[in-house]
Design a binder for this molecule. Structure first.
Ligand code: DX5
Ligand code: ZN
Length: 287
């Protein structure tokens, strides 16, 4: 768009500003429609700016301190019976899972190999209306954007560590119609993600070294979550690794609201109760 047209467009938007137009405009012009319409809380309605520096023409600043995030529980199916993936996934959803966290590993970025877009597509054919997040533990996340979008992925979460141009990859994900998640390994400083938060729908703080399910929760990652929550009250913050009934309080108290839980949920005798209890703990810190 030419600068003059852009200025006129922005001016007219400001005149009829409802308080959330900015990203709606950005979304409608720059993003293809998301494949599914599951509500993703406030992250689809305004950009993430630090509380101290958000200066939006529409007055979004007034809302920035209000917690409008929601508690979401997303089981990781990594340690499920992959030969019965559709049935295992459906069971988790029937037991109250808010979304499915699908761990994609390439054997290079992490020392393990799982599955790729063909399997995600088969799963989507069986499960039409659930929200799918792919956690891309791969060296070249850009390579898999189009096939994962085609497979019906809603949220494409990739690690920033091996990526040279995070903004470019994020834009391509949006253009492919998916939401953007930015993931950090335990050794990566949280400040590394700060400059990209405005383009992200979610930030994932790993609470184990990525690669395997069933590892011990790293409580020393919580300062990262606390820092993000303090500076970005409305950001969706996800934790992943060793999270279950014993560690959920720590995560929720620190400010995480998207909770990945693998073995603790998949192996539970009462999945519904574990999911519901964890969601309750997270919700109690949001209210
Ligand atoms: C680890 C994966 C996690 C993991 C979670 O690399 O990203 O999603 O499978 O499983 P638990 O909850 O068992 O640590
Ligand atoms: Zn994961």
């Amino acid at each position: 768009m030419y600068p003059a047209c852009f200025a006129i467009r922005m001016f007219s938007l400001c005149l009829r500003c409802p308080g959330s137009h900015c990203l709606r405009y950005k979304t409608s012009k720059l993003r293809a429609p998301a494949p599914l319409s599951l509500t993703l809380t406030r992250t689809t309605a305004s950009p993430h700016r630090p509380v101290s520096s958000q200066t939006n023409c529409c007055g979004c600043q007034k809302n920035s301190k209000k917690m409008s995030i929601q508690a979401k529980i997303g089981p990781s199916i990594l340690n499920a019976d992959l030969a019965n993936l559709a049935a295992e996934s459906q069971k988790l959803l029937d037991n109250g899972a808010d979304y499915l966290h699908l761990d994609v590993m390439d054997g290079n970025f992490v020392p393990n190999l799982t599955f790729g877009h063909p399997m995600v597509k088969c799963l989507r054919n069986k499960i039409k209306d659930a929200f799918f997040e792919t956690h891309m533990m791969v060296d070249n996340p850009e390579q898999w954007i189009a096939p994962m979008a085609d497979a019906g992925v809603n949220l494409y979460t990739f690690h920033i560590e091996p990526v040279e141009d995070v903004a470019k990859v994020s834009r391509k994900i949006q253009e492919a119609g998916m939401k953007v998640g930015l993931a950090l390994k335990p050794g990566t400083k949280v400040e590394e993600v700060q400059k990209y938060i405005d383009i992200a729908d979610l930030v994932l703080i790993m609470t184990v070294e990525p690669g395997f399910g069933g590892q011990s929760f790293m409580a020393d990652m919580m300062p990262k979550v606390e820092w993000l929550r303090k500076n970005y009250p409305n950001l969706d913050i996800e934790v992943d690794g060793g999270v279950g009934p014993k560690t959920i309080d720590c995560c929720a108290k620190s400010g995480a609201n998207w909770i990945v839980s693998g073995t603790a949920v998949v192996g539970a005798s009462d999945q519904r109760k574990v999911i519901s209890d964890m969601r309750g703990v997270v919700q109690s810190y949001i209210k």
